[in-house]
Design a protein around this ligand. Sequence first.
Ligand SMILES: *Cc1c(COP(=O)(O)O)cnc(C)c1O
Length: 452
Amino acid sequence: MEQVKFILDEKEIPQYWYNIQADLPEPLPPSLHPGTKKPLMPEDLAPLFPMELIKQEVSTERYIEIPDEVRSIYRLWRPTTLFRARRLEKALKTPAKIYYKYEGSSPPGSHKINTAVAQAYYNKKEGINRISTETGAGQWGSALAFAGACFDIEVKVYMVKISYNQKPYRRVMMQVWGADCIPSPSEQTKAGRAILSRDPDCPGSLGLAISEAVEEAVSREDTHYSLGSVLNHVLLHQTVIGQETKKTLEKINEYPDIIIGCVGGGSNFAGMFLPFIKDKIDGTYPDLRIINVEPASCPTLTRGPYRYDFGDEAGMTPLMKMYTLGHGFIPPPVHAGGLRYHGMAPIICHLLNLGLVEARAEQQLGTFQAGVDFARSEGIISAPEADHAIRATIDEAIKCRESGEAKTILLALSGHGHVDMAAYQAYFDGKLKDHEYSQDKIEQALHDLPKV
Ligand SMILES: *Cc1c(COP(=O)(O)O)cnc(C)c1O
């Protein structure tokens, strides 16, 4: 029988996170203080994050030890399974070999818990008992809610209003795990009230929800802030995904020709490809292709310029060098809520700028079609975010059918879509549209980029 599932032993959960900053061909451009526009100092971040995470943010140490308490909680869902998509390969009649690493088997149903547990742990260790955060589709909020429950930390979540209404079950999940979730923009913060006075029906955006959560953390002694993507330490924690995958593939003598993942802030995909890109940088696998897939309605990497911008709407976060659609960007209400962010992880942007990774944008109808095709052969109903990566994977596999090449494709499958049935329903009912972000709107949002 041909093997389909490849599962490591619990003992093989990585003991270290892999830090790409040790191996970058050029160092990352520094983040800047939002006021002085000078390179950020560790103490600037102290009101928001525990010192250990601030250190990880700028560390150039190659391997950072995963604390035992964190590894012990990882055992609830790690190692995750690597699948060979044999049924999808057959359905596509492709000679390509498709592997996928599935992060949807964690309690909250996505990769986000890999960093949530680590962040909650370091906060608790430094005496913090309350964390504020934002969430788009609700995946991050529910992951942090569970991590809060693991360490007895109170969690307050600002959820982008459109998702709050589209995805009621995600907020109930947060409630089950003990977190308090409110729609953003809210009346509880200055940033929220400012927007509501201009636009009472504002659907919200991740950038705006970040402003609200950051404002709450800076204005309260007892509260820290936590971010589910974008930052270097978040990508670092996600490298357990790629390290496990690499080890599993080594055991069966495989190495990918192409790695594909979806990117919102970039954490799940970077977590997968960073341990591999090391081999491309050092020349072991110079031809490895790494494809970042984003929605055409939020085309950060494919249409944004590479500039310094704020991470949030109100301009409270440090300035990060990234491809950006402008921090004032309010994305159209497409269903892949987790991919609606105006910027992108500085590490991914740097690698794209260096030509080490590629990016492509997909329209939402094609992504849902791919998700449905995938579910009908592999069974897993994936998150609408992950459907973007599935679309690109299927397209690459079809190219292999046409060229006759038996490439090995590795897909990062970031989560399940069980709480996204309303989105699939809208797709089947013909209510979804493709959105192309107009050049006018992009230029308008870029008009307000900070001058540095
Ligand atoms: C949040 C989320 C994403 C996008 O975030 P990244 O930081 O880019 O990984 C993708 N897929 C799922 C399932 C998510 O929950």
